[in-house]
Ligand binder design. Structure first.
Ligand code: GUN
Ligand code: ZN
Length: 447
């Protein structure tokens, strides 16, 4: 028998989608709550007053004035671009050639991959991200380096080898056949190995020949429960080039569709330039979009139409992606803040709860993992974070009362957290009930 773990703090998660119902129906909040775990899984969540007598014998870990939430889910990020975050002055296609490809070339050396994977996963923990869908590089050893490090930490991570057989430097290209063979071997090695899952990962339609996309589709047929992860309709010049490269396709998404890549386990990063017909197709297929607002602003790609993706007519699953290194922060709080600002620029809005949902349960749904992570439903894996909404002097001034008592007051606090918060607000990160990061210790070590 593993022992029971009990945590006491304010507790917040989602039980429904706040884009489609009221806060009262979608938000679950206990100003003084208990989260109870057994063997790394949630066994109870509720009000302290109602639950505590059942756990009188257990040691309770108390986080006074803190908020416990599910860990963040980052639906699109490149571990291989960690070192080139914040690279100046280019839009997508030039940025890839100038900064990205040379950085990815270094991952031929497995030890480089190991060093960066370790740094990257530390950074995710510091930012409270417990699950991510991750681009590696074309080198299988960069996939091994990532998964090995993730496995050591017992993290639920999804990743895959980048497939790329044209329009990239020779040192970074595979072929349709080698991509197929190497991917197949990696699926067999890593998919469902512990908490790890595999995503077939053609970089985008520009860097894969139609033959390579077909081979990717073949892998999805052979392994129906792996993911498909790629980029889609991010930048105007990119979309125009895809049309030239795939003259027979009706548009960018159709280039993927013809290869059998558009399904309910497909996650497409960006979607900034999608047409109405493409939104419709994504909706029908049950595919997901990773909305990457800091990247879309930084690379000057454009403003994603969140209201169209979340519309009742053509609903598409949406999560938030940091898209580091095109994105400018590992923080999902900063990313949610940017999502709000993108909505503002389009004269739309994104409520605090909607934005937070995208980074937690919405992301889990986008990854078809909402039966395992993303909220505190009984039986889910206990990946959670302890958040300080008063982490800086200005945040404390803005939130004189540490623990809101109503959903309206909580919405105010959550909004200020999204707008002003970042890694400084992540007090602790737990993975399957184990402490994986403690800000207090990290600060001590820095001296
Ligand atoms: N499209 C193809 N590759 C990439 C990449 O590495 N980053 C971004 N943002 N878009 C891409
Ligand atoms: Zn990307």
């Amino acid at each position: 028998m593993t022992s029971t773990q009990v945590f006491r703090a304010a507790i917040l998660d989602f039980v429904e989608d706040p884009f489609h119902c009221s806060p009262a129906e979608s938000v679950r909040y206990f100003p003084d709550g208990l989260l109870v775990l057994q063997g790394g899984y949630v066994t109870a969540v509720g009000a302290y007053d109602e639950l505590h007598s059942q756990y009188a014998a257990a040691d309770v870990v108390e986080y006074p004035n803190m908020l416990i939430m599910p860990g963040f889910v980052d639906t699109h990020i490149h571990y291989s671009q960690t070192q080139i975050i914040a690279s100046y002055g280019k839009q997508l296609l030039d940025w890839l050639n100038t900064y990205t490809f040379p950085a990815e070339g270094k991952f031929k050396d497995k030890s480089h991959g190991q060093d960066i994977a370790s740094f990257f996963l530390n950074e995710l923990m510091r930012n409270g991200t417990t699950t991510a869908l991750v681009f590696t590089t074309v080198f299988p050893q960069s996939v091994d380096a990532f998964f090995e490090e993730a496995q050591t930490r017992n993290l639920r991570m999804i990743a895959g080898k980048v497939m790329m057989d044209r329009h990239a430097p020779d040192y970074l290209t595979d072929t349709a056949d080698t991509a197929y063979e190497e991917t197949k071997a990696l699926i067999q090695k890593w998919h469902k190995n512990g908490r790890l899952l595999y995503a077939v990962t053609p970089r985008f339609a520009i860097t894969s020949t139609p033959e390579q996309l077909q081979r990717a589709g073949q892998l999805l047929q052979e392994f129906p429960d792996v993911y498909l992860h790629t980029h889609l309709s991010e930048n105007v010049d990119e979309v125009a080039w895809v049309k030239e490269l795939f003259p027979e396709a009706a548009g960018y998404l159709d280039a993927y569709d013809r290869a059998g890549l558009v399904g309910d386990r497909s996650v497409f990063a960006h979607g900034v330039q999608l047409t109405d017909a493409e939104f419709q197709r994504l909706s029908e297929a049950g595919s997901a979009i990773a909305f990457c607002p800091t990247s879309n602003l930084f690379l000057g790609s454009g403003l994603f139409k969140i209201e169209q993706a979340k519309s009742a007519e053509t609903p598409v699953k949406v999560g938030l992606g940091t898209d580091v290194g095109g994105g400018t922060s590992f923080s999902m709080l900063r990313t949610a803040h940017a999502a709000y600002e993108v909505a503002q620029l389009r004269k739309q809005t994104l409520s605090p709860y909607q934005a937070l949902y995208l980074g937690t349960l919405g992301g889990a749904k986008a990854l078809n993992l909402d039966d395992k992570i993303g909220s505190f439903d009984v039986g889910k894996e206990a990946d959670f974070i302890v958040v300080d909404c008063r982490a800086t002097p200005i945040m404390a001034l803005r939130n004189p009362q540490a623990t809101p008592q109503t959903l309206d007051a909580l919405a105010e606090q959550v909004f200020s957290l999204l707008v002003m918060g970042d890694d400084r607000s992540v007090r602790a990160t737990y993975v399957m009930g184990e402490l994986a990061y403690d800000r207090a210790n990290a600060m001590d070590q820095r001296g």
